[in-house]
Design a protein around this ligand. Structure first.
Ligand SMILES: [Fe+2]
Length: 403
């Protein structure tokens, strides 16, 4: 795709779309129909063009539309559409003529590259046949090399898990790294927390007990999207990590245990944390497929599963389905098991990948530092890292928040 000419109109974003000159444009029933030389076509509605056009609705300093719906033109006000000498779309309304629209941006929308998932790697379910340990990359330079960060985030989105090896073992490293991606998701455990056997534990995590396969914080309306665990020290016997990909586990339950799948996806439970100083509650099924815009959430932390929220007749099959879920999640077909070495930093999708831990006890110490982030912020960072070069220079702070 060619570079945009110096007189290219602004687009309603900060993405360098390249220049995709149009072959033809026409008006019909309030739509502008455009065609490119390769035969691709797109129908752009007049009001949508008005909102997003440089020289009409687009506010150039923030690249957002400044047109309230009450200020939009009528569809009948669209009078002309043509292609100018540069290949840009030239649109005329009754009250505003000669508005140029960037053809590379139109092609980007026509190709559906504006959709949330299109700029991210596709998810790839995995089982123990694919990995014996998490996919791993050298993390020693990650704070100084954005290409390493991009590879790591790509692995996190694709596989739901990716490990960095040989990172510095200072207590603040995981907070610095995740804070460089976006906001850390704070919780009642703090922004960055430690996992180790405590005298007065505030969670099952802070004991030496075996932890079955689970996801964290199903007590929240939206549980944290990603979790990061950084090994500072580990000299205990045991305490190995266990991971299983929820996408593969859910598919196996759906195909091999359809009755359990039905119960796990439809019967709801109350979740409640038992902290002395917090009382988060939420209601939902164990397997929540969400919607296209809010993907899978597994609510699988039995220590905070509080009570069945269903008809009494359903309770026996609900419990039986939990047994099947936990059994499949621990099945060697799906579960990988590996030690934590100092400097290892494992990131994983907390709503997709189930994590657990072998018991540990006796001499030695095991200290992990951890934190959470939301899906949104990590996806945003990865989309920016994956933008085509050159990047626009006029990056502007997000103005989505308004008073
Ligand atoms: Fe956990």
């Amino acid at each position: 795709m060619a570079n945009s000419p110096s007189n290219a109109p602004l687009t309603p974003d900060y993405i360098d779309h390249g220049w995709a000159p149009l072959a033809a444009a026409s008006v019909s029933d309030g739509f502008v129909h455009v065609r490119w030389p390769d035969g691709a076509e797109f129908a752009a509605y007049s009001l949508w063009l008005a909102e997003n056009a440089d020289g009409y609705g687009l506010e150039p300093t923030v690249r957002e539309s400044a047109l309230e719906p009450t200020d939009l033109p009528s569809a009948a006000a669209l009078v002309s559409a043509s292609v100018d000498d540069d290949g840009a779309l030239l649109v005329g309304w009754e009250h505003r003529a000669g508005v140029r629209i960037h053809p590379g941006w139109l092609r980007y929308v026509a190709d559906r590259r504006h959709l949330p998932e299109s700029a991210l790697p596709a998810t790839a379910p995995w089982t123990a046949a694919e990995f014996a340990e998490p996919p791993t990359i050298d993390g020693s330079e990650i704070l100084d090399d954005e290409s390493v960060l991009e590879r790591w985030l790509t692995g996190l989105v694709r596989h739901g898990i990716c490990r960095l090896a040989d990172t510095p073992t200072d207590l603040d490293f995981v907070g610095r790294l995740v804070g460089s991606i976006g906001p850390i998701r704070d919780t009642n455990f703090g922004r960055v927390w430690s996992v180790r056997a405590d005298v007065d534990p505030n969670s099952t995590a802070n004991t030496g007990l075996d932890l079955g396969q689970h996801t964290d914080l199903p007590t929240r309306e939206v549980p944290p999207g990603f979790q990061f665990l950084h090994c500072i020290e580990n000299t205990v016997d045991g305490g190995w990590s266990r991971m299983s990909d929820g996408l593969a586990v859910v598919e196996a339950i759906r195909s091999e245990h359809p009755d359990a799948y039905d119960a796990l996806t439809t019967l709801e439970w109350v979740f409640m944390n038992r902290a002395r100083d917090a009382e988060h509650r939420w209601v939902g099924p164990i397997i929540d497929h969400g919607s296209a815009s809010q993907p899978l959430t597994l609510r699988a932390f039995y220590p905070v599963r509080s009570a069945p929220h269903m008809a009494a007749d359903d309770i026996p099959r609900a419990y039986e389905s939990l047994r099947i879920f936990a059994t499949v999640a621990r099945d060697p077909r799906f579960q990988i098991r590996y030690p934590f070495r100092p400097g290892d930093l494992v990131g994983f999708d907390n709503r997709r990948v189930l994590h657990g831990r072998d018991a540990f006890e006796g001499g030695g110490s095991r200290h992990l530092r951890g934190c959470y982030s939301d899906h949104d912020d990590l996806y945003s960072k990865l989309r920016v890292l994956r933008r085509p070069a050159p990047r626009p220079e006029s990056a502007h702070p997000t103005s989505e928040v308004s008073a």
